[in-house]
Design a protein around this ligand. Structure first.
Ligand code: MUC
Ligand code: MG
Length: 367
């Protein structure tokens, strides 16, 4: 199972509905398709989404780091030598989505070689996850209309509401409008992408106290160290670290430092190998996790659900698995389908990623 080639293919697919949030906005899925090939003719596939406002990576930087540094470092190693692969990748700091995509492509190869689904190899807890949908910035009535449409069409009843605008009261109003329109059965939580100060966040949480929120995520920057601890200590709900805890060591630091009380796990940045490290750390420390979304396409979403469904702790909360619905197209031959508010893991060996080669030819940007 020797690695003979690692490819980084840039592609771009427009969004039908851009996602807007406090740290940025996404109009085009300008991602990188990562393919690792072995001497036995197996090909592992994953995708890396550039998020410069979160990790500093761009589409060009992901292609460059894979072509120039990572591919030459891992050629000749076996897909079974994942720890050796990671030791080489870790010689370069940062570049989390490039590393994660290579890791997941290797797991895809292992699954194919074993003739078993990756989700089963990871843990095999269940075959599906409940889906949480992200509602981006818009006037409150549009946010309500979107949530109602997503509930009615896909059966989704969990919503993560993007907050972090100024004045904070407009987000309080939007959350109130969502709760009023959707009723008490629907689960709502908020994500500020570091948009507010600690004091704005505290006021917003107090004013939303009657809305039955289940979590609050990254309302203010973790770099505001004491302010963030002060906020988290008074949060009435678990406070999720997302972009402030992108590696197992950061997870430990944020949790032990009192800057978070729950963790977002994103396979787009920690792949499967490091996501398990994060998950096991959280289980050991006794904090809740949520499967987050790096505004993934269908390939990334397939990876997220494979991981999330594999473990009891990740399958407990609804996973953020629906951002791909806002894209105009994707690369899978058989598109993902969310039914009754759930997304199923793909059956078959590996990750079950079957690419539509015509679509890849249409959207790839390197030819
Ligand atoms: C999220 O959960 O924050 C937006 C920025 C990012 O890093 O991820 C997305 C969604
Ligand atoms: Mg987040």
């Amino acid at each position: 199972m020797k690695i003979v080639k690692a490819e980084a293919i840039p592609f771009a697919i427009p969004y039908a509905k851009p996602l807007r949030f406090a740290s940025g906005e996404v109009h085009t899925a300008d991602h990188v398709l990562v393919r690792v090939h072995t001497d036995e003719g197996l090909t592992g596939t994953a995708e890396a989404p550039p998020r410069p406002y979160t990790y500093g990576e761009t589409q060009e930087s992901i292609v460059a780091v894979i072509d120039k540094i990572f591919a030459p470092q891992i050629l000749g190693l076996s897909a079974l030598e994942r720890e050796a692969v990671h030791a080489r990748l870790e010689r370069t700091v940062g570049n989390p989505t490039a590393k994660a995509a290579l890791d997941m492509a290797l797991w895809d190869i292992l699954g194919q070689a074993a003739g078993m689904p990756v989700s089963g190899l990871l843990g095999g807890y269940t075959d599906r996850m409940r889906v949480s949908h992200m509602v981006g910035f818009a006037p409150a009535e549009e946010m309500v209309a979107e949530a109602e449409r997503v509930r009615d069409v896909y059966g989704i009843t969990t919503f993560k509401v993007k907050v972090g605008r100024r004045p904070y009261t407009q987000d309080v109003q939007a959350c109130l409008a969502l709760r009023t329109a959707l009723g008490p059965e629907v689960e709502l939580y908020i994500d500020g992408n570091r948009g507010w100060t600690a004091s704005e966040s505290a006021r917003a949480l107090r004013e939303m106290a009657g809305l039955g929120l289940t979590f609050a995520e990254e309302l203010c920057p973790a770099d505001d160290v004491l302010g963030r601890r002060w906020l988290v200590a008074q949060s009435p709900v678990p406070f999720i670290a997302d972009e402030s805890a992108t590696r197992a060591a950061e997870v430990t630091r944020e949790l032990l430092g009192g800057s978070a009380t729950a963790i977002s796990i994103k396979t787009a940045r920690t792949g499967f190998t490091a996501s398990q490290r994060v998950l096991h750390a959280c289980e050991g420390l006794g904090v809740e996790v949520v499967m987050g979304n790096q505004i993934d396409g269908q390939i990334g979403t397939l990876c997220s659900v494979a991981f999330g469904a594999a473990h009891r702790t990740t399958a407990r909360n609804a996973g953020e698995l629906s951002n791909f619905l806002d894209m105009t197209d994707d690369l899978l031959a058989e598109p993902l389908a969310i039914e009754n508010g759930t997304l199923r893991v793909r059956e078959g060996a590996g990750l079950g990623i079957d690419l539509d080669t015509d679509k890849l030819a249409r959207y790839r940007q390197d030819r």
